[in-house]
Design a protein around this ligand. Sequence first.
Ligand SMILES: Cc1ncc(COP(=O)(O)O)c(C=O)c1O
Length: 452
Amino acid sequence: MSLGVNNPKIDDQINHLFSEILIAQHEFMKTRAPDPEKAELVSKKLLEYEKIRGRGFFYPLLATGRGHGPFTELQDGSVKYDLISSIGVNLLGHSHPIFIKSCLEAATMDTLMTGNLHLYEDPIELSKELVSSVTKSNLKHFWFAGSGSFANDNAIKMIWQKSDGKTRILAAQKCFAGRSIATQDITHNLDYKKGMPTLLEVDHFPISENSNTEEQINETISNLESIYTDQHCAITLELVQGEGGFNVYPRELYVAIFKWAKEKKLFIWIDEIQSFGRTGELFAFQKLDLHEFPDVVTVGKALQSCGTLFSNELNPNPGLIAGTFQGSLSSIKAGRKILKYLTMGNFFGTGGRVEEIRTIFEQKMNLLNKSSQGFFNSTSGIGLMFAFQIKDGNKEDTANFIKKLFNNGIICFSCGKNPYKIRFLLPLCLNEEHINEIFEILEKTFKEFTGK
Ligand SMILES: Cc1ncc(COP(=O)(O)O)c(C=O)c1O
């Protein structure tokens, strides 16, 4: 069935526009230094905006809307590698054909946003496709949300409604679940909730860092036992801690935690908002072969839409979960194409592109570790979630190094806390030439930083 206005002339013009836009975006595929005059103008604009929003910025980053693949052009005239994917959103890279096509298709529709009352076909299809991508699990339903935090809020509400008055939640130390009134209590970092009352009863347990997996399991389960009460209803985990420092643990540990949780009749809620599409399978719980465990899984970022996948048991009563928007039609169209692209392309599994990019990054970082005499060290993460430490991971050096990387052509960010790490959320479109240049920039920045 054709959707939106549709006739041969419109189709023709859409195809024409699509290739014209793509060709024009292809101009932005090489790093470029900033123009000092433009940089001054950007500083002025950002200062104006700083006054309105009440807070400054980590980077003088103002984009032009031009850029292709891993590259993004900024208004200071520079073109840089976006190695943080706009904090996780651009897994496919900038001006990907899927993004352009989705926007053009959405322009033929009669509205911008789709909602829960006035329904369109794309959210139905994306929901079906998401549920079909997790058939080995107990996840049977999907509900859209406006942000990752709100998808998590919905997960909490679904869990509470089926928990007979039990409300306490178990969460791992260092976890990040968002900044809504509910999720800020799950997020472990106290710096993010200064002055906030505690509204949710959340008990944070440390995951043991013991390198002996058996001991690690025993220690972690004993940490859980020591805080568990019969008022707990759920345990939440990011299988790859994002903000927390790209920490990922052996499958056996997760199995032990989840089996323990099932024995205690806790609901298992996995937050895949940052990990979706990045670990070498669509979901980290699939990568780690944990299909049987989750009762609820939340997604966002790279999907271009956010929402909650949940089991039959957690299906809420009418009225609990609702809201005006499901999302923008262009984003939901893009989500459908992204899902297809990721699952049908040669990205996942053994020998897939995610694994290849990871291997090259690890090899090159090992070389850099040796040539820098340990300045670059402690890589962590999985798949396209790649973090590393510089020196002892102190806050000041890490922030300064990230800012120098920005000046030299790489946009990235930090994660973790004592030690702080440098975080790359690598785009899938990186090729060998890009990776070589990225490591040249890392080396150049190291020389500038150390004066060696
Ligand atoms: C693991 C995780 N959960 C939840 C969120 C919150 O998502 P949002 O910023 O879309 O509300 C994030 C965002 O960084 C995240 O990484």
